[in-house]
Design a protein around this ligand. Sequence first.
Ligand SMILES: NC(=O)c1ccc[n+]([C@@H]2O[C@H](COP(=O)([O-])OP(=O)(O)OC[C@H]3O[C@@H](n4cnc5c(N)ncnc54)[C@H](OP(=O)(O)O)[C@@H]3O)[C@@H](O)[C@H]2O)c1
Length: 247
Amino acid sequence: MAKLDGKVAIITGASSGIGEATAEALATEGAAVVVAARREDRLNDLVGRIEGDGGRVLPVACDVADEEQAHALIQRAKDELGSVDILVNNAGVMQLSKIEKGLSDEWRTMFDVNVMGLLYVTDAAVQVMKEQGSGHLVNISSVAGRKAGPLRGAYSGTKFAVNAISEALRQELIEDNVRVTVVEPGAVETELTSHITDEEAKEGIKSIYGLDILQAEDIANAIAYCVTQPERVSVNEILIRPTQQAN
Ligand SMILES: NC(=O)c1ccc[n+]([C@@H]2O[C@H](COP(=O)([O-])OP(=O)(O)OC[C@H]3O[C@@H](n4cnc5c(N)ncnc54)[C@H](OP(=O)(O)O)[C@@H]3O)[C@@H](O)[C@H]2O)c1
């Protein structure tokens, strides 16, 4: 029997990168996975692969920054698969620039997706988990959630918020038997950097993203570890950098 047999795991931002790899990893562990993102074509490709490997998967088109869509995602998981055991809050955007550039639309997008989106999905999931008397929230933060630095002020602000929200949730939900894990990756090879518009920032990240950086599977494996521990074990925080990354 696989470790997550009978469990339902929802992964936001599953259309690429860390979310996609995590959906595959948790399906391999036996979970029925709900894969959510805006790009339905990419979700359908993933569905084909997971089903091809014998997994159970439900794709849901969802913009997590829309509160109604975020709540509907959780409702569909519960209605169609019966429970919400694991939520991986992974959907995220990183648009780096110095604050002085005033790219307020990009700040808004990052806070809407990385913070408000996480809160909307979590709020709905927590209602179900409290009724069940069990659950596991995995929030994807970043090294930038522990250290601020030039070019990443606004992005770091969103990820510091993710860490603060995660610790508050951990304490709020102890009596409900809901575990909370925050995962803080360093540089990972995904599409994340492709949304940066600021030329100075594109240049600035080369010193880190030009290294032998992590693969999405490296983070997916860490998440799979966290959610397959015995119920008494709550892995609260995991920080993973590429071996070559200094900061
Ligand atoms: N790559 C890194 O170096 C790194 C390092 C530390 C932390 N992280 C964090 O890891 C998480 C995953 O990022 P990634 O590296 O895998 O990048 P990615 O390949 O760009 O994936 C981001 C995912 O988020 C989804 N997303 C974006 N906006 C969304 C919205 N409004 N509603 C629903 N889904 C949305 C995207 O799907 P759609 O566009 O299809 O909606 C995509 O599936 C993010 O939270 C990121 O901050 C990444």
